[in-house]
Design a binder for this molecule. Structure first.
Ligand code: ATP
Ligand code: MG
Length: 421
């Protein structure tokens, strides 16, 4: 019978790879918590309307990539394509704004977008996401970008760049939209079908287009940066000053618009040149109007999301694969010795150390082969003769030396030997 395969673009993360994932998650928790962020876990499915309203009807995500479905009650749901809308929904629903002041949240988990699967682009992928509510200050924009740098560094990835831009406020954007629209009309019909449509529905989105000829036509497009109001300019200048104060290097890239409609003022992308066309490892920005638009109070907000698959791809290029190995492998000969090894292994595990053993009474040779393959730090060899004399052979797999020790309190002895290393 033919075996069932996983859904295209949705990957298993096997034990050989999971070390990367655990390392990234641990670093993310440590770094984000040290900056005052607290974890929140929202459901993977939400009402479709949340994303339509939250991300924008004419974005690629909502138009083309959403995993939307009608459930058995006839309600329209969607698998979340990103975390921000869900966190905002939760923040409003539980009145987390009631305490006043600023709140910082993070979330780590799977996201779903119906894209064409390729290296670095999948249909189920994972993000580290962080959001701050209640701060207008350009300091938090800069702090967040600095934090992303600290995080990438802690994860162990080098050579990433930070691109920043400002999208202005709805006021300056309105002016710019008209300027851009005029430019697009003057350029004629050379754009792709999507961009021709965007010209009328949401002109700014053209900058997010991945079609080469569109990018070329946009080379001479007017820049939003040249059309922002004084308040937005002052905010952007302050963000840059703070970044410099923190020693965070950046480049201003006036073409970053981000694929979500809710951004305003600061936007940024963390990029690499080592993943081909999947060059963005993370991005984010300010979205002051969204909480209000989704039915909450008028609270400013800033956030970012980073793609974990792309982080893993980079780590694989730069580092040795992290492996887990037992502290001790218990090899035994004979039923009695095996029963003793069985008990000792549980005792060592009870102390929080990884232990492995032979359950099946295999030959000593085959047990030693397994011990070696497991990468165990020590092997305890319990033979019938040794057991009769209340002794045990302890082999140090690093130095390849072996000694005979009393079986009594052997775990204590082993831990003492190890702590003296
Ligand atoms: P891209 O331009 O590569 O499509 P995006 O602008 O759609 O990225 P965001 O919505 O900003 O991406 O998500 C933040 C990060 O999540 C991205 O920088 C990327 O690392 C990751 N990401 C987004 N979509 C995918 C996907 N389909 N597969 C794997 N990672 C993804
Ligand atoms: Mg995308």
């Amino acid at each position: 019978m033919e075996a069932v395969q996983a859904v295209r673009g949705m990957n298993d993360i096997l034990p050989e790879q999971v070390g990367w994932w655990q390392g990234i998650e641990t670093s993310a928790r440590e770094v984000l918590e040290s900056f005052g962020y607290r974890e929140m876990r929202t459901p993977v499915a939400e009402k479709l309307e949340l994303f339509a309203r939250g991300i924008g009807e004419s974005t690629d995500i909502v138009e083309k990539e959403m995993y939307a479905f009608e459930d058995r009650n006839g309600d329209w749901l969607a698998l979340r394509p990103e975390a921000t809308a869900s966190i905002v929904r939760s923040y409003i629903q539980h009145a987390l704004h009631a305490e006043g002041g600023c709140r910082k949240f993070y979330q780590i988990g799977p996201m779903f977008r119906h894209e064409r699967p390729q290296k670095g682009r999948y249909r189920q992928f994972h993000q580290i996401d962080a959001e701050v509510f209640g701060l207008d200050s350009p300091m938090i924009d800069a702090e967040m970008m600095h934090m992303v740098g600290v995080l990438v560094d802690r994860i162990g990835i080098t050579n990433v760049g930070l691109n920043i831009n400002t999208l202005g406020c709805p006021g300056c954007r309105q002016v710019y939209r008209e300027v851009l629209k005029k430019f697009l009309i003057e350029q004629g019909e050379g754009f792709c079908g999507d961009c021709l449509r965007r010209r009328d529905t949401n002109p700014l989105r053209v900058f997010d287009c991945k079609v080469q000829k569109c990018a070329e036509l946009l080379e001479s497009a007017p820049r939003l940066l040249d059309h922002i109001c004084n308040d937005c300019r002052a905010h952007f200048d302050a963000v840059k000053d703070h970044l410099e104060r923190l020693g965070t290097r950046y480049a201003v890239n006036p073409r970053i618009v981000r694929g979500l409609d809710y951004y305003m003022r600061t936007t940024f992308e963390v990029i690499t040149d080592r993943l081909g066309s999947q060059s963005a490892i993370g991005g984010g920005g300010r979205y002051d109007g969204l909480v209000r638009d989704l039915g909450g109070p008028d609270v400013p907000a800033v956030g970012f999301a980073m793609g974990m698959e792309r982080l893993v791809l980079l780590l694989e290029q730069e580092k040795e694969r992290p492996l887990r190995s037992p502290f001790c492998f218990f090899a035994s000969l004979g039923d009695q010795a095996r029963a003793k090894a069985f008990v000792l292994a549980q005792q060592l595990r009870g102390r929080g150390l990884e232990a492995e053993l032979d359950y099946e009474g295999r030959s000593l040779k085959s047990q030693m082969r397994r011990a070696d393959k497991s990468g165990a730090r020590y092997v305890l060899i319990l033979g019938e003769d040794e057991l009769a004399r209340s002794e045990v052979q302890v082999r140090d797999m690093l130095t390849k030396t072996q000694r005979l020790l009393p079986l009594e309190n052997i775990l204590e002895t082993l831990l003492t030997i190890d702590s003296q290393k």
